[in-house]
Write a protein that binds this ligand. Sequence first.
Ligand code: CAO
Length: 416
Amino acid sequence: MSKPLDGIKIIDFTHVQAGPSCAQQLAWFGADVIKVERPGSGDATRTSLRDIPDADALYFTMLNSNKRSLTLDTKKAEGKEVLEKLIRQSDIMIENFAPGALDRMGFTWEYIQSLNPRLILASVKGFSDGHFYEDLKVYDNVAQAAGGAATTTGFWDGPPTISGAALGDSNTGMHLAIGILAALQHRHLTGLGQKVAVSMQDAVLNLCRVKLRDQQRLERTGVLEEYPQYPHGTFTDVVPRGGNAGGGGQPGWILKCKGWENDPNAYIYFTIQGTAWEATARAIGKPEWVTDPAYATAKARQDKIFDIFAYIETWLADKDKFEAIEILRKFDIPCGPVLSMKEIAYDESLRRSKSIVEVDHKVRGKYLTVGSPIKMSGATVEITPSPLLGEHTDEVLAELGYNATQIAAIHSAAAV
Ligand code: CAO
């Protein structure tokens, strides 16, 4: 079966997570992705948080599947020449080095365009060009802090909190992939490549847009009715942390189920959907709340929403999270279990949908990784293991037209 990006060649000049996640997604769509790494060391994630001595760490293997690895010292003349050849023959180059690093290497946007005007150059930086902090090196958590995620995550009596989801990293990578695909389509129309840039701060902010909504509502009305602070607490002029409240106007919270005393994940997320109140009241054994004026409308329930959640927790006390969902799903109530990473790793549904797959790596053996979250009827994604450092160097150099003697010379120059 053909793949959407068959025939597209990508130079993956990225490292750590934000850039690699983007290039990996495009590899899953069928692009030929050549990861360019520094000889001897490669992407720092090959050795970060290793669980098996001398084997590429999971951090690397889970972000670099379906790629080939080419080692090149792009600060040396021999390496630069190879990179130039690659640029001439490729469709896309993705990079996420520190601000200015590519220019310092000699590969300015102007120079890249002169080598190949059809090439799309896609970059991740912490902050946008021209931003006050444009020169900063940035990892995920800084972007979460600067993009609105940290200030709005956690509880009102605790500090700003970082999400476990890589909002600054893989999320930025996915934004970049969208930009690249749009630029590819634009190239069909114009024949020209362009520069696509996504800052990690912007990518986080894009996911925090409802909090920017709330800032404006707060400034206009002084309160945010769906937040736990309303109506009993107080508001300042800044959007507060809302704990586990839902952001869409339907009250929701994380509720304890049977076993919560010993199991940190014995919880469900429960939403009291306005239109499902009758079903909700019946499901939790309070049919009288359907007609009782103190509970019948969302407005009437507002000042006692946490009493209602507390009651639902007493109803949940003899049901584990899966039993609770089995009951609630029959009433069409929007809800779901809090799943631990262990439950997710062994979840049969996720294995069936290939959202979690097992792959066999030459050195480390079998490991789990995520599959493509994007499913397409016209193409399937087979996840292949990540490459060893430089595994495809000779193969790629030969494809670029180098003969055995020239390849040997490139290797010895890199070793010096
Ligand atoms: N050959 C020769 N030199 C190479 C090379 C290669 N194949 N690959 C990289 N280098 C060089 C770079 O040119 C750079 O050299 P200079 O400092 O002399 O310009 C050097 O390696 C270090 O690159 P770096 O500054 O990007 O790496 P770092 O580990 O110091 O910083 C990071 C890492 C992620 C903080 C930084 O790259 C960054 O801010 N990137 C942009 C934002 C980003 O993507 N962050 C998310 C990372 S995922 O959490």
